[in-house]
Design a protein around this ligand. Structure first.
Ligand code: HEM
Length: 384
């Protein structure tokens, strides 16, 4: 998509996109400003407020999906957002995450060893997926026997966020959200009676009444943490290795100087961002880059384009693992800034670090997942 973005940034930085009826925003400064602008929101993506904007409501069959999704912090506005975010934010502070580093390093080392012993394999299914899935499942307390369910549920739910998903994809997403929600509702009830040392148990203690979590909020929060807690990390690992294979000098530079790992991870997040686009609803008329956008329409913020904007990055199309000034937008900005950014950073540093000296080479051209919003590889076969 990067050539198209370059053209948009110069010729049409704020443009109407007929097929989805959205306004596309391509420049870094505009994307950054709109993410922080409270005249735009996310909750308004959903049924209850469609009528007020004169829009068709979501189809009835999608209701079980939105019931789960709109109860999570990402899809609500303050003060509900503030309350929900505060309840879980303690578990994701840089300090808390730092205390998890030894465990994350051990998981990364075991996965890397396995891949090396087998002489290679699929980096996505053998390293990129199991690392963040194991970490977030352990944090929340999802039993090991059930963890295989998390990837498919998450992938099916994400189908709904693609541009114009087919009816089949929508039904699959609804089914997945419903099953996932039911599973977590049962698990949370068990933990409320018999708490363990995990986040679901902690959250289950604050269910019901007053300013505490309702059961829907508890389920919505856990679904969000489990999904957001691995989906993008998987794709940064895959996209990141693919980026390094295509820039062998940068890979060698990183191998020669591991102290570059933190800046390298930021650069890989920027260069081929796993979330190409996020949407907002315009709650009051706004003006962006001289274009007036009326209340009630959707804007699509093109993160992938913002991250390659020459106004924000020197030589933006060049992968530079030592890039010092890197204000990428891959974790968003404003009140919904990624809660898991510190965790994702540690996971990525440990994951790339564990495989850096393994002398990986590409075994075949990788296959991309279909879709545009979520950019990631289906598989990435490597040889050691
Ligand atoms: C929100 C990206 C990993 C949890 C976000 C947003 C972005 C993002 C762009 C904001 C969306 C918006 O404003 O509409 C990423 C990327 C990741 C990653 C690129 C990996 C490299 C994680 C992890 C967690 C997590 C590991 C674990 C808990 C969340 C949550 C929110 C969020 C809970 C919602 C925050 C809120 O609404 O206040 N993420 N994320 N993310 N992310 Fe992440």
């Amino acid at each position: 998509p990067y050539d198209v973005y370059a053209d948009l940034r110069v010729n049409d930085p704020v443009s109407f996109f007929e097929p989805t009826g959205q306004w596309l925003v391509a420049r870094h400064a505009d994307v950054n400003a709109l993410l922080r602008d409270r005249r735009l929101g996310r909750s308004y993506l959903h049924t209850a407020t469609h009528e007020a904007f004169g829009r068709e409501p979501e189809p009835e069959f999608q209701e079980p999906f939105w019931r789960v999704i709109r109860a999570g912090m990402l899809d609500v506005e303050p003060p509900v957002h503030t309350r929900l975010r505060r309840l879980v934010s303690k578990a994701f502070t840089p300090r808390m995450v730092e205390s998890l580093r030894p465990r994350i390093r051990k998981i990364a080392a075991e996965l890397a060893e396995g891949l090396v012993e087998r002489g290679g394999g699929d980096l996505i299914s053998e390293v990129a997926e199991p690392l963040p899935v194991t970490v977030i499942a352990e944090m929340l307390g999802v039993p090991e026997r059930d963890r295989h369910l998390l990837r498919p549920w998450s992938a099916d739910i994400c189908g709904m966020y693609e541009l114009n998903p087919s009816l089949e994809v929508q039904h699959t997403a609804v089914r997945a959200a419903q099953e996932f929600g039911d599973y977590l509702r049962d698990l949370a009830r068990t933990r409320r009676d018999e708490p363990g040392d995990d986040l679901i148990s902690a959250l289950a203690q604050v269910v019901d009444g007053g300013d505490r979590l309702s059961e829907d909020e508890l389920v919505g929060t856990c679904v969000l943490l489990l999904n957001a807690g691995h989906e993008a990390t998987v794709n940064v690992t895959g996209n990141g290795w693919w980026s390094l294979f295509r820039n062998p000098d940068e890979l060698e530079r990183l191998r020669a100087d591991r102290s570059l790992l933190p800046t390298a991870v930021e650069e890989l997040l920027r260069w081929d961002t796993p979330l190409q686009m996020f949407e907002r609803w315009v709650l009051e008329d706004i003006e962006v880059g001289g274009v007036r956008i009326p209340r009630g329409v959707e804007v699509a913020l093109l993160f992938g384009s913002a991250n390659r904007d020459p106004e924000a990055f020197a030589d933006p199309d060049r992968l530079d693992v030592g890039r010092a000034d890197n204000p990428h937008i891959s974790f968003g900005a404003g009140i919904h800034f990624c809660l898991g950014a510190p965790l994702a950073r540690v996971e990525l540093i440990e994951s790339f670090g564990a495989l850096l000296d393994a002398n990986l080479t590409l075994a075949e051209e990788p296959a991309w997942k279909p879709g545009f919003v979520i950019r990631g590889l289906e598989s990435l076969r490597v040889t050691v």
